[in-house]
Design a protein around this ligand. Structure first.
Ligand SMILES: Nc1ncnc2c1ncn2[C@@H]1O[C@H](COP(=O)(O)OP(=O)(O)O)[C@@H](O)[C@H]1O
Ligand SMILES: [Mg+2]
Ligand SMILES: [Zn+2]
Length: 570
């Protein structure tokens, strides 16, 4: 009879277990020191060894030679546990036996000593599925457990175990197992089975589990069923809906060269080859995610599941893009993936998506364009990104008051350094304890003073338009020693800036505290003195600009929230 690999190779001792070192060590110590708890909770991702360790623990405790951390494996107890048929080790699947009756029976059974072995061990799988009444019944047992009882509750959702139960148990969280370790296990199993597997095929099989050993081993089963005794990368990839690094690299290369045509050719090729385009989109997401992580955290980051060779290639590629580029690409391919899930025209969606990706590589910030910067044309690689080791470029404050096109769709776009150099404000000073302040008035509900006008005049005079915008969207309240600015979140950063503090101090002729209060509602900017051309005229001009129109086509549903004349303010 054919036994699936995952079951055939279920570890029978701690030595065979892979990963989960923390669980292994703690339990081994507990057994050596004879400090056995009555309740254990094993939580974590599926297929990472919870049931396996529960059975190993049972063997350790009930082996004729035990309790021991190296069960003999041949005594009646040891061999019965492996087969799942020991009288004193009771496995309950809570998914099917979740009711109070089962728990009552269990409580009855708990009262009797083990029939043959040292302990009576209850392994409850999917423990989170037990009903509340049943948990209560279980609790009664856990409160006063007979000395011979051990409960092991396995669950993928430990938060669903009531606190009253959890607090009486020792908890272990099982982690997803690292790529290298699962890979080695799969390789070893193939060796045992006399199966010849290409390293790339093993890599694909390992990745398919995403950290779950069982899922990787199931993929191995599938591959053997399909390909026989010889596992070739191309075949296994096709079977599991994976794509070669080479294919993905072609996408990245076309992006580097801003070559939409090569993208279309690639899609054509894939479709001819009968590849599943949805799987391809999923793979693209993973790919760009890995590139981004490589760029941010380095190629050897544990956050990436990939072979050494792939890491090397990711590293080379990631260096060709900036972090912003990669963020934007990931954003776009995630959307593409979602679109493809429901698309009746996957090919066209994919074509659109990949061409958009190329366009996104050409994007400049609107601010740059309005200042007359030219678009790079196809074939011109984007400017080289800053090397990873340089300190981060100071970020502009998140408040880009009425910044051109500051819509969500543009969020990942590079932000040109505005004419007003952006400075990150220092954290607000701690408030001295004081009498409770009067409740802050809602912005726009009065409370503005002549301070506001004076501030606006000065800020505009000095060309500090970012901050002026913030003031325009704030209420300014003079509280004697303190100037309170009531504003919304997006303007808070500008309102807290050190530059504003200097202007306030200068106007007051002394040190004056600026306090920023965040309010939900934005005050309507009170009309101030007209500056520059009428806003309507200006907006119209901008909306008519072909580059702006291209942006809007590229990001359907985006809107231009506001327009500011940078020439004037520089
Ligand atoms: N840590 C591990 N070490 C070795 N094999 C494992 C490990 N975790 C899972 N496996 C493999 O996966 C199968 C299922 O594991 P299991 O312990 O039932 O997972 P869980 O109970 O966490 O869902 C086992 O039979 C074994 O082949
Ligand atoms: Mg299990
Ligand atoms: Zn034994």
């Amino acid at each position: 009879m054919y036994q699936v690999i995952a079951r055939k190779y279920r570890p029978r001792s701690f030595a065979e277990l892979i990963g989960q070192e923390h669980v292994k060590t703690t339990i081994e110590n507990a057994i050596s020191q004879r400090r056995i708890a009555h309740g254990y909770i094993f939580s974590g991702q599926r297929g990472t060894g919870k049931t396996t360790v529960a059975r190993i623990l049972a063997r350790c405790l009930n082996c004729e030679q035990g309790p021991t951390i190296t069960p003999c494996g041949v005594c009646a107890s040891c061999s019965e546990i492996s087969g799942g048929g020991s009288i004193d080790v009771i496995e309950i699947d809570a998914a099917s036996n979740r009711g109070i009756n089962e728990m009552r029976e269990l409580r009855e059974s708990v009262r009797f000593r083990p029939a043959r072995d040292r302990y009576k061990i209850f392994i409850i799988d999917e423990a989170h599925q037990i009903t509340n009444e049943a948990f209560n019944a279980l609790l009664k047992t856990l409160e006063e457990p007979p000395e011979w009882v051990v409960f092991v509750m396995c669950t993928t959702e430990s938060h669903k175990i009531p606190n009253t139960i959890a607090s009486r148990c020792q908890q272990f969280s099982f982690r997803s197992v690292d790529y290298d370790i699962v890979y080695e296990r799969a390789r070893w199993i193939c060796e045992q089975e006399g199966i010849e597997a290409e390293p790339e095929a093993l890599a694909v099989i390992t990745l398919a589990g995403e950290g779950s050993v069982r899922d990787s081993l199931s993929a191995l089963d599938q591959a053997i069923a399909c390909c026989g005794q010889k596992l070739e990368a191309a075949e296994v990839r096709m079977l599991l809906g994976r794509f070669s690094m080479q294919t993905l690299e072609r996408v990245a290369d076309a992006l580097v060269d801003l070559d939409a045509r090569r993208m279309l050719e690639l899609i054509q090729e894939m479709e001819r080859g009968g590849q599943n385009l949805q799987h391809f989109a999923r793979e693209l997401c993973r790919f760009f995610r890995n590139l981004l992580v490589t760029r941010v955290a380095g190629a050897d980051s544990r956050l990436i599941a990939a072979s050494a060779n792939e890491r090397q290639r990711l590293d080379t590629l990631a260096a060709k893009f900036s972090e912003e580029d990669l963020t934007r690409y990931l954003h776009l391919v995630l959307n593409l993936f979602q679109d493809l899930q429901t698309s009746l025209q996957p090919r066209m969606h994919l074509e659109l998506g990949l061409v958009r990706l190329v366009h996104a590589g050409r994007l400049q910030s609107i601010e740059e364009i309005l200042r007359g910067g030219a678009l790079p044309s196809a074939g011109t690689p984007p400017p080289p990104p800053a090397p990873r080791s340089t300190p981060p470029v100071p970020q502009p404050p998140p408040s880009r008051p009425s910044g051109a096109g500051a819509s969500a769709a543009f969020a990942p776009a590079p932000v040109a350094a505005g004419p007003v150099s952006a400075k990150v404000a220092p954290p607000p000073l701690p408030q001295p304890p004081a009498a409770p302040a009067p409740p802050a008035p809602k912005p726009g509900s009065g409370g503005s003073s002549e301070w506001r006008e004076r501030l606006l005049d000065t800020l505009n005079e000095k060309g500090m338009t970012f901050i002026a915008d913030a003031i325009e969207h704030s209420d300014v309240i003079d509280r004697g020693n303190e100037l309170e600015l009531v504003t919304t979140k997006i303007f808070a950063m500008a309102a807290r800036s050190g530059d504003l503090q200097k202007v306030v101090d200068a106007l007051a002729g002394r040190a004056m505290k600026v306090k920023v209060t965040i309010s939900e509602t934005a005050p309507v900017a009170a009309p101030s003195k007209p500056r520059g051309p009428e806003p309507d005229e200006m907006t119209k001009m901008v909306l008519d600009n072909p580059e702006v129109q291209r942006y809007r086509e590229l990001f359907p549903g985006s809107e231009v929230r506001g327009v500011r004349n940078l020439k004037e303010s520089s």
